[in-house]
Unconditional design. Structure first.
Length: 162
C-alpha cells in the first residue's frame, strides 16, 4: 500500500490518473498506464504534495507540485475530485486514512465506508458530515468526547469509536 492519496500524473501535460487511491500499482493496472509517460505522486491529508519525475522529464518535481497545487489548492478539493473521478462518492469499500487532516471544511465523505475511517487530526467538528455507516473503527481522537458524541449520533459504526 502507498500513501493516501496515491495518483499518477503526466509531467508533460499535467494530466492526473486515479483509480485505487492507496496503490500506484493497482491504478497503473486498472487504467493500463504507460509508465514511459506517467509518474507516481502523493497528495497527503496534511497538504504535502509529491509529484515524482524522471531524470529525463522536461519539468522539475517542484514545477509539477506547483501545477497540482494550483489545480487543487487543498487536499480536501483533491479528495473530493478523486471520489467523483473514481465513482466512490456513495460507497468506498476500503479504509480512509485522513489522519493529517486538520479541518473538515468542504470535505465530502462517501455515504458508506467498508473499512475504518481515521480523522484523528481534526480538532473541530465544524463542517464534518460522517458517513451513515462505517464498517470498521472511527478515530476522532482530536475531538472532545462531547463533540464525538454529537457528530456520531445516528451513524452505524461496526468497530470502536476512538
Amino acid at each position: 500500500m502507498c500513501q493516501f492519496i496515491s495518483f499518477h500524473h503526466r509531467p508533460d501535460n499535467g494530466d492526473i490518473a486515479v483509480s485505487v487511491l492507496d496503490s500506484h500499482a493497482d491504478t497503473e493496472k486498472n487504467l493500463s498506464l504507460d509508465l514511459k509517460l506517467w509518474r507516481e505522486g502523493h497528495y497527503l491529508p496534511d497538504g504535502n504534495i509529491e509529484c515524482r519525475v524522471a531524470s529525463d522529464d522536461r519539468v522539475t518535481q517542484e514545477e509539477c507540485n506547483i501545477r497540482l497545487k494550483k489545480r487543487f489548492p487543498t487536499f480536501v478539493k483533491f479528495f473530493n475530485w478523486c471520489m467523483k473521478e473514481t465513482g466512490q462518492e456513495e460507497a468506498f469499500s476500503g479504509s480512509l486514512n485522513l489522519r493529517g487532516l486538520t479541518s473538515a471544511k468542504g470535505l465530502v465523505l462517501p455515504k458508506s465506508i467498508g473499512g475504518w475511517l481515521n480523522l484523528r487530526g481534526l480538532t473541530s467538528a465544524k463542517g464534518l458530515v460522517l458517513p451513515k455507516s462505517i464498517g470498521g473503527w472511527l478515530n476522532l481522537r482530536g475531538l472532545t468526547s462531547a463533540k464525538k458524541a454529537q457528530v456520531t449520533k445516528g451513524i452505524k459504526v461496526l468497530g470502536k469509536i476512538y
